[in-house]
Write a new protein. Structure first.
Length: 144
């Protein structure tokens, strides 16, 4: 990757729907070489995909909580089981394995605290090998 590829990535990261014409103009490259570079970045796995960024206010999903999860078993089979099950819960936007006092940190998005309580009690607490959880409720998102 060179400076042009990095510039393309920076622009696409901010606006994945930019047209090839606009992109080529911003980086100072003609359309065909620009398009070939983007295709190469996709083919080589640098760009994994494109997605829509949803307006959670309109969708009435403004409640965010970060949930620390401690497991009672951290052998490979238990981790695989937990990882597989967590992917099936749509309210969990992100799941990260953490080195520290707990094993996983989940970003959970719901309509409100009542819906979060249900998700925590009925879904997250029922995940394989969960021994306990701790919740941190977001008061305001500063940078998403």
């Amino acid at each position: 990757m060179d400076k042009i590829d990095l510039k393309i990535l920076k622009i696409l990261e901010k606006d994945g729907r930019i047209t090839n014409s606009e992109l080529s103009e911003k980086i100072g490259l003609s359309k065909t070489p620009c398009q070939l570079r983007v295709k190469s970045l996709i083919k080589n796995g640098v760009i994994k995909g494109f997605k829509a960024i949803l307006n959670n206010s309109i969708l009435d999903r403004n409640h965010i909580a970060f949930t620390e999860v401690k497991l009672n078993d951290t052998r490979d089979a238990a981790l695989i089981s937990f990882n597989t099950a967590v992917r099936e819960i749509p309210e969990i936007e992100q799941c990260h394995m953490i080195a520290g006092k707990f094993d996983y940190l989940l970003k959970v998005r719901t309509k409100n605290i009542i819906d979060y309580r249900h998700t925590l009690g009925e879904k997250i607490s029922s995940l394989p090998c969960v021994s306990n959880t701790s919740t941190h409720v977001v008061m305001e998102a500063i940078k998403d």
